[in-house]
Write a protein that binds this ligand. Structure first.
Ligand SMILES: [Zn+2]
Ligand SMILES: [Zn+2]
Length: 344
């Protein structure tokens, strides 16, 4: 089968590989029907994910059909359409039982698919701990609608869940890339009074303005004034930092009102500075990132009920044999790309 492979730092290539087989009774084999490219794939390509294993098939955001399951798998069966979770987790350890699946203590847990073990930019993928890692897709939900459930949408959902959003709140979201928009959609589910999105790319600002007219969209130069003007207490009640730049990390606490919740979802290239003397007395509550992707069934319910739709994010679709071109387009941000789907 064809599998897009991390060859060495700087190089991915489409390779012919044997179809994967089950290695454990809790494994499932999934025929990939739709996958996507994630910014984390680019991080692997550029060598900034030290755990990534050369030779591994990349891709960790995908949906498919179960082909085969091990004898220990209970929740899915051959023929089921499933969303695949980016995280591998055992479901049994202290952290899993508390819903903190990102911190699963299993030695094979965490972000394994498409990083340490073969992932889903391929025709087939082996999914360990299939009862945790696969979620059946309701009949009325398409592959396109379910594509992001296991990764960027899970991240947005988790970020909105931990941010303690209330009806009377003004929520500020910094960054309107794929994860920022997913966070926006999940914040809207909570029904806050006002949502402000800050994004420096004019095309992405336009994308949000056109599709979500109820949201106030601003550039990074205007955001401090905007939150002062549009929130009741001198700053946002909740801030979600999804952009991952030094400037946005600073804006996150500067735009927050005293006693606000600041949720840091982004992944940074390097350490950030918390200027504690300047923040003294603001009494902020910081929450930091690393998605606990254990709400996939609930996310799929929202999609099935028509409350959540991420299909506008899929701006391009390529067949697997043209994945090199898909990566070029995504990496160079050509043609107003947001997300690219790959069809094996
Ligand atoms: Zn990802
Ligand atoms: Zn665990």
């Amino acid at each position: 089968m064809l599998a897009y492979t991390y060859v060495e730092r700087g190089t991915f290539a489409l390779r012919e590989k044997p179809k994967p087989v089950l290695l454990d009774e809790k494994d499932a084999l999934v025929r990939v029907t739709l996958a996507s490219i994630c910014t984390s794939d680019l991080h692997i390509k550029h060598g900034s994910v030290p755990r990534a294993v050369p030779g591994v098939t990349v891709g960790h955001e995908l949906v498919g059909v179960v082909e085969e399951v091990g004898t220990g798998v209970r929740q899915v069966k051959p023929g089921d359409r499933v969303a695949v979770n980016v995280e591998t987790f055992c479901g049994q350890c202290f952290f899993c039982k508390h819903g903190f699946v990102n911190n699963c203590q299993d030695p094979n847990g965490g972000w394994a698919l498409g990083c340490r073990i073969d992932g889903g930019q391929a025709e087939f993928v082996r999914v360990p701990y299939a009862d945790q890692g696969l979620t059946p897709i309701p009949d009325n939900v398409s592959d396109e609608q379910a594509l992001f459930v296991g990764d960027v949408l899970a991240t947005g959902f988790w970020a909105a869940r931990i941010s303690e959003i209330k009806r009377e709140d003004t929520v500020l979201i910094l960054g309107a890339g794929p994860t920022g928009i997913c966070a926006l959609l999940c914040v809207l589910l909570k029904g806050p009074k006002r949502v402000i999105v800050c994004e420096r790319d004019p095309q992405r600002r336009q994308f949000v303005r056109e599709r979500y007219p109820q949201v106030l969209v601003v550039g990074s130069g205007e955001v401090l004034d905007a939150v002062k003007e549009y929130s009741g207490h001198g700053g946002a009640d909740v801030v979600l930092e999804v952009a991952g730049a030094e400037e946005t990390f600073q804006l996150a606490w500067q735009c927050a009102r005293p006693n606000a919740v600041v949720t840091v979802v982004a992944l940074y290239d390097g350490p950030q500075t918390l200027p504690l003397p300047d923040m003294y007395g603001k009494n902020l509550i910081f929450k930091t990132g690393g998605v606990d992707g254990c709400d996939c069934a609930e996310i799929l319910r929202h999609i099935s009920q028509g409350e959540l739709d991420t299909t506008p994010l899929i701006t391009h679709t390529f067949p697997l044999n043209e994945i090199e071109e898909a990566y070029r387009l995504f990496e160079e941000r050509r043609d107003s790309v947001i997300k690219v789907a790959i069809r094996p």
